[in-house]
Write a protein that binds this ligand. Structure first.
Ligand code: HEM
Ligand SMILES: [Cu+2]
Length: 672
């Protein structure tokens, strides 16, 4: 009846997951209880859970990402502690089978449920606003994508207390991930969590590509799109092209594990090397899926806070699109040591180094954007400046490893670990923080506290270097990645430094939480009345903060690059806004529980497949299918917001702008 599931699945003898699980359960019960007591469920259901509004979905993606980033960070603290303790004769406190689950869960969570939902959330929130449209191309599909991502995150967390997680690393190489070497449910948790959320990601990619290609405001030609739209386009094209490879690869591994196929086992003619090739032909594009949106955020931030248009816009577009193409031509650099031979390695080594050219173009463009500008050192700008230097180090160590003979020494060492954290944390995560602070007032109508923001920044940056510079050093000295125990006592000081660093980073996290709390408390003082708190240049700053459901009362008419800057300058020069437009009724998509309901069934399907509970899997499948059929049969897709209502909302926005002009006439400087 319950397949492989029994009481033994719960790790009774292991205190760490049990206590952690109990704590999470406790907090969860508390939050749910509080919502119930306060009677917030109807509001949550109506305004968030069933919402198909891209802004709400974007915010939910980011909340999911933040929760999972903290979850992954606790894994990191445990790993740092173990490696600082388990040196020489000391075995440490985490047995190998735990430690292996820990680094696998850490990588999986950070990439799939931390970084990915973070960038997808930001793209969701920002893209329609920057493109001048009312929503993404397929709003309900968007909600389904989000909820499927949440299912994946839930499944990974369930493995903490029911069963186990994979011990294979975040790219589960065969044959280690085959049943012979991983007989438990750990790899199955990985497989179904990633398959289900991966389908969500793919659909989100299709949705956002369609939105950018088909849904721009009148006059918003490709070469008038803000840079963030371009990098998002590149990132989503990569999602559409690369995620099917991941799905297929994991499906093959699933067939191996569940039905005794031999795609990746050598016995019956399979080939384990095929797994490496396939997983990295998704995996390398994946790292660009993560970094490109961050490049876009930094481009927006550099321009806004330097008070200048982005330097070399067209070269930036070209660089972005070349990275998009090159991303598919370098995958083999992840396994130069496989033995493909000198010629093959040379080709991939050279291709990899070529990626540094468009990346370099970008770096110079950002620096030249600052040059001659009036630079304001607000928190998003601090993250951006720190990013440039951090990312350059990360990029250069990447180029170093792209040289096959060097990589033979550095492959699978701590040096590699330092490299990719340098680019993912110093690139994607810094970018996400910059973007979150930058667009926070747009989403919530008030800014984040700058003092705590700066404290969080300095703590995070210091902690980051304290952790990862030592990794480069011990890596060069030969320390391998993923060690549960360290034999070489000479490395101890560096590992202590890294441990200290992770605690400094933890202080950074606390400072960020404090920033949020302080800002919510002071929200009246931090209120964004004009909708344009940073003196922005693109369309999202033309609307009220937070924007109304329909975003734009009248779709904007874009007449040049930097769509909003021109309108704003004209208004300042003539000292009045353009004439009031003619308002018309607006149709908006209705809320839909489809995403949430499908997610409910998908959780059942995933869990059932992991534990071989076939009847439950079948039931879940029927349920999910039925949900889509019911959705497809609906009669009312949209509702109408009457013209008077639109006019009322937009007049409020216009009078706020007029008041700002008034204040400026009176001699007040609006932007610091
Ligand atoms: C100029 C740019 C870059 C170059 C030349 C480069 C080069 C490399 C090379 C050669 C490796 C394989 C080393 C080995 O396994 O021995 C590698 C691994 C990796 N890189 Fe980069 N890289 C670059 C940028 C990035 C960026 C932007 C990201 C992510 C945002 C990234 C993330 C990673 C990850 C996640 C791994 C390996 C992870 C693993 O094995 O678990 N890299 N890089
Ligand atoms: Cu790569």
């Amino acid at each position: 009846m319950l397949g492989k599931l029994s009481w033994d699945a719960i790790p009774w003898s292991q205190p760490i997951p049990l206590v952690a699980g109990a704590m999470v359960g406790f907090v969860l019960a508390g939050v749910l209880g509080w919502i119930t007591v306060k009677g917030h469920w109807p509001y949550l259901w109506r305004e968030w859970i069933t919402s198909v509004d891209h802004k709400r979905i974007g915010v939910m993606y980011i909340i999911l990402a933040l929760v999972m980033l903290i979850r992954g960070f606790t894994d990191a603290i445990l790993m740092r502690t173990q490696q600082a303790v388990a040196i020489g004769h000391n075995p440490g406190f985490l047995p190998p089978e735990h430690y292996d689950q820990l680094f696998t869960a850490h990588g999986t969570i950070m990439i799939f449920f931390g970084a990915m939902p973070m960038v997808i959330g930001l793209m969701n929130f920002v893209l329609p606003l920057q493109l001048g449209v009312r929503d993404v191309a397929f709003p309900t599909l968007n909600s389904v994508s989000f909820w499927l991502t949440a299912v994946g995150a839930l499944l990974v967390n369930m493995s903490l207390v029911i069963g186990e997680f994979a011990r294979t690393g975040w790219v589960p190489y065969a044959p280690l991930s085959e049943t012979t070497y991983s007989p438990g449910v750990g790899v199955d948790y990985y497989l179904w969590a990633i398959q289900i959320s991966g389908i969500g990601t793919l659909m989100s990619g299709v949705n956002l590509v369609t939105t950018i290609l088909k849904m721009r405001a009148p006059g918003m030609g490709y070469l008038r799109m803000p840079m963030f739209c371009w990098t998002s386009l590149a990132s989503n094209l990569l999602i559409v092209a690369a995620f099917p490879i991941l799905t297929a690869t994991l499906a093959m591994l699933t067939l191996d594990r569940y039905f005794g196929f031999h795609f990746f086992t050598t016995d019956a003619g399979g080939n384990a090397m095929m797994f490496m090739n396939l997983i990295w032909s998704w995996g390398h594009p994946e790292v660009y899926i993560l970094i490109l949106p961050a490049f876009g955020i930094f481009s927006e931030v550099f321009a806004t806070f330097s008070g200048k248009p982005l330097f070399g816009y067209r070269s930036m577009v070209l660089a972005t699109m070349s990275i998009c193409v090159l991303a598919f031509m370098v995958w083999l650099h992840h396994f130069f040591t496989m033995g493909a031979g000198g010629d093959v390695n040379a080709v991939f080594g050279i291709m990899t180094s070529i990626v540094a050219i468009p990346t370099g173009v970008k770096v110079f463009n950002w620096i030249f954007t600052m040059y001659g500008g009036r630079v304001r050192y607000a928190t998003p700008m601090l993250w951006a400046i720190a990013f440039v230097s951090t990312f350059v180090i990360g990029g250069m160590t990447g180029v170093l490893m792209a040289v096959p003979p060097a990589d033979f020494m550095l492959h699978n060492s701590m040096f590699l670990v330092a490299h990719f954290h340098n680019v993912i944390v110093g690139g994607t995560i810094f970018g996400a923080f910059a973007g979150m602070i930058y667009w926070f007032p747009k989403a919530f109508g008030f800014s984040l506290d700058e003092t705590w923001g700066k404290r969080a920044f300095w703590l995070s940056l210091t902690g980051f270097f304290m952790v990862f510079i030592p990794f480069y050093i011990v890596g060069l000295q030969g320390m391998q990645r993923r060690l549960q125990h360290v034999n070489v006592v000479e490395w101890a000081p560096w590992l202590y430094a890294a441990l200290a660093g992770v605690f400094v980073m933890a202080l950074g996290v606390l400072a960020q939480i404090t920033q949020l709390v302080v800002s919510i408390r002071n929200r009246e003082a931090l209120r964004d009345h004009t909708g344009d708190p940073w003196n922005g240049r693109s369309l999202e700053w033309s609307m009220a903060s937070p924007p109304p459901v329909f975003n734009f009362a009248v779709l904007p008419d874009v007449t040049g690059e930097e769509s909003y800057w021109g309108i704003k300058q004209a208004a300042i020069e003539s000292q009045r806004l353009g004439p009031e437009p003619k308002y018309e009724a607006i149709e908006m998509p209705r809320n839909s529980p489809t995403g949430f309901v499908v997610a409910f069934f998908s959780t059942a399907i995933g869990f059932a497949l992991i534990w071989h509970i076939w009847w439950l899997a079948a039931t879940g499948l029927v349920g999910a299918y039925a949900t889509f059929v019911i959705f497809a049969w609906r009669n009312h897709e949209e509702y109408e917001i009457p013209a008077e209502e639109v006019a009322r909302i937009d007049r409020r926005r216009r009078s706020a702008r007029e008041a700002a002009l008034e204040r400026q006439r009176a001699g007040e400087r609006l932007f610091a």
